[in-house]
Design a binder for this molecule. Structure first.
Ligand SMILES: Nc1ncnc2c1ncn2[C@@H]1O[C@H](COP(=O)(O)OP(=O)(O)OP(=O)(O)O)[C@@H](O)[C@H]1O
Ligand SMILES: [Mg+2]
Length: 351
């Protein structure tokens, strides 16, 4: 099975990239991991079509992965719009609104229509029949079918440009943001703003605090959904505590109830996506899986999710260590042990 190890190594099977768009393909739904169905919980929270939803877990636990997968699977009545927190004063609602309008305006047209196209293709493939409109909440409907034509995208971008022209004043910036959201609602699309690279706030508790207290509070009053990846430690900041009761939902990532089962599902999914369709024990001996699962548990506190990023990093290093031995056929407990020693446990957040 050395060839399998080589292939896993060459194809970066256990790499943990930071790229949001790559996470969807790697995500395994929580119910398939034997855990509570937080995928459905997040989807339902977004489908309420209002306010701010936080996804809470320690660093590396899978917040971005869950958000990416759930956003991708929303039907075409929802339009996920990812807005980065890098390079913006995220604690200032007006600055953040201007930044969000700019980012959305600069999205290539193909990217704006991509979700709709993919959702419609999926619906056709699944032969789903939907009524042509669906009421979301008082007076708002979402529509099935293709709507985001070139003309409408032009209107959205025009609205963004106009919003920016008047956005010097803080109150106007938020009104501009709302006008831009209105253009989506006019065509029966619910905007879903995704704020997921919040791990960048490491070392800036003031920014994090102000983001929740000011920015998320202000956005919570606009007609849109905002989904925010929230490291567990952020939830004890005063700014978070002050808006907590106003949140539409908090989705807490649960620990894997049966860690060996959950971890093996994640590993097998990664293996098969690089064409290694073998049982896990051909690659990783059972005692190795046991130790790998223990390393996940080191980062678990209470009933909340542990650090899957580290678990994958340990596995990747263990493959390297095995391959450095000329005759190794699989990853053993010893390889995992050495890999754990080389992969320090990260703090739960960078705050
Ligand atoms: N449900 C899952 N199925 C498969 N892989 C997962 C799952 N959840 C997380 N992972 C993997 O674990 C790694 C860490 O996940 P992710 O980047 O989502 O963590 P995070 O909570 O967003 O971390 P940070 O707080 O640093 O942003 C990624 O490589 C991801 O692919
Ligand atoms: Mg993340």
């Amino acid at each position: 099975m050395r060839e399998a190890l080589q292939r896993l190594d060459e194809q970066f099977a256990f790499q943990t990239s930071g790229r949001f768009d790559l996470l969807v393909g790697e995500h395994v739904a929580y119910h398939e991991l034997g855990a509570p169905d937080v995928d459905a919980e997040l989807r339902r929270s977004i489908e309420r079509a209002e306010g701010v939803v936080t996804v809470v877990g320690r660093a590396g636990s899978g917040k971005s992965s869950l958000i990416a997968a759930v956003a991708d699977a929303l039907d075409e009545g929802f339009l996920p719009l990812r807005v980065s927190v890098i390079g913006v004063e995220a604690g200032d609602p007006a600055a953040f609104a201007r930044h969000a309008i700019t980012e959305i305006r600069e999205l290539p047209d193909a990217q704006l229509t991509r979700h709709e196209t993919r959702a419609l293709d999926r619906a056709t493939a699944e032969r789903r029949t939907r009524s042509s409109t669906r009421e979301l909440r008082g007076g708002f409907e979402i529509a099935a079918g293709k709507i985001l034509t070139a003309k409408i995208i032009g209107d959205i971008k025009q609205a963004a440009t106009e919003a920016l022209e008047h956005a010097a004043d803080p109150a106007d910036a938020l009104r501009g943001m709302q006008r831009m959201f209105d253009t989506f609602w006019k065509v029966k699309r619910c905007p879903v703003m995704i704020v997921e690279d919040t791990d960048h706030w490491g070392g800036s508790p003031e920014v994090t605090d102000a983001f929740f207290d000011q920015t998320s509070r202000a956005f919570g009053t606009l007609d849109a959904v905002m989904v925010v990846a929230t490291q567990s430690d952020y939830t004890s900041l005063d700014g978070y505590l002050r808006i907590r009761d106003k949140l539409t939902a908090q989705v807490f990532l649960p620990r894997l109830p049966d860690v060996e089962y959950g971890v093996s599902r994640v590993l097998v999914h990664r293996m098969s996506s690089v064409g290694v369709d073998l049982p896990l024990q051909d690659v990783l001996e059972p005692e190795g899986l046991e130790l790998l699962s223990q390393s996940y548990l080191e980062s678990v506190t209470d009933e909340w999710a542990g650090d899957l990023r580290r678990t994958l990093a340990v596995m990747r290093t263990a493959v390297d260590i095995a391959l450095a031995e000329a005759t190794a056929q699989q990853v053993t407990r010893g390889h995992v042990q050495e890999a754990i020693a080389r992969t320090p446990l990260a703090p739960p957040s960078a705050l």
